[in-house]
Design a protein around this ligand. Structure first.
Ligand code: LIP
Length: 269
């Protein structure tokens, strides 16, 4: 059984409750796909409503804590040492298109350190949790990153930049290198779940550029507590700040970092 601190208990309860609302909203999406207006406004309302609900639940249980919210930005609380980092719907594009792969992501920071994390996929009812120093769990099962050491046997996941976003040339060079040296590359579209999949050994490694703190905060702690390594794309510890992230087991982290560094360099020369 996972160790659930009181804070983590509050976070999982809030995620479950908000998840029920998201499931109802997701049911509407299919109908809206075929309407002329499309589901965009509906989804943005669902996003904001879910965020408000999470904020209310968490504030009630932990009055005074601050927030970093995808929609609402920074909300300072009187307690300067704690803040929740929340993405109410990570994988919004999937959600908008009726693709059942999205998550609620909640991290708790204490004195600037990630200490508790929840990534909840309400469709599959998969609740990933981690507590600093206590390990990572999927529902009741302890998580461990994969044991693969060989890149040519590994599945890598990534995020693909799109219209108006990211350095396409750099990404294409990275993808070409990853394709030619690994057993395959996946793009599922939800950073928090990509990280949770690394933690559970489903993916051997994951990299993406240009993410926001709320996409990755909870997932970073989950990977680390599952024995994985998370860095930025220079190999440093600033993934949360830079939004450029690489997560893997230790031997693969080294190999994929080199592959990406070489590829990015070749794209620039
Ligand atoms: C999304 C990420 C996804 C990434 C998108 C976006 P959102 O988060 O989970 O992996 O490719 O750029 O950041 O916007 O759905 O919360």
């Amino acid at each position: 059984m996972p160790y659930l601190s009181p804070a983590l208990n509050v976070m999982t309860a809030a995620a479950r409750k908000a998840g029920r609302g998201l499931i109802r909203d997701f049911g509407e999406i299919e109908n809206l796909q075929v309407s002329l207006k499309g589901p965009a406004d509906f989804v943005s309302t669902a996003d904001k409503r879910t965020e408000n609900q999470l904020r209310e639940e968490l504030s009630r249980a932990r009055p005074g804590y601050g927030f970093l919210l995808e929609e609402g930005g920074v909300v300072d609380g009187p307690d300067k040492s704690h803040r929740f980092i929340i993405d109410p719907i990570d994988g919004t594009t999937n959600f908008l298109h009726g693709i059942p792969h999205f998550a609620i992501s909640i991290a708790l920071e204490r004195e600037g350190q990630l200490v508790s994390a929840v990534v909840f996929n309400p469709v599959t009812d998969e609740m990933y949790v981690a507590e600093k120093g206590q390990g990572a769990f999927l529902n009741d099962k302890r998580l461990r990153v994969s044991a693969r050491k060989k890149l040519n046997e590994s599945i890598l996941a990534t995020g693909i930049p799109w219209l108006g976003r990211g350095e396409h040339a750099t990404f294409l060079a990275e993808l070409a290198a990853a394709m030619s040296q690994s057993a395959g590359v996946r793009r599922f579209g939800t950073a928090s779940l990509d990280l949770a999949f690394v933690a559970s050994g489903r993916f051997d490694a994951y990299w993406e550029r240009g993410l926001s703190p709320w996409d990755v905060a909870a997932g970073i702690l989950i990977v680390r507590e599952a024995g994985g390594v998370v860095s930025d794309l220079d190999g440093g510890a600033r993934a949360l700040e830079t939004g450029h992230i690489l997560a893997a087991n230790e031997p693969l982290h080294r190999q994929v970092l080199k592959l990406l560094t070489d590829a990015a360099r070749s794209a620039k020369s």
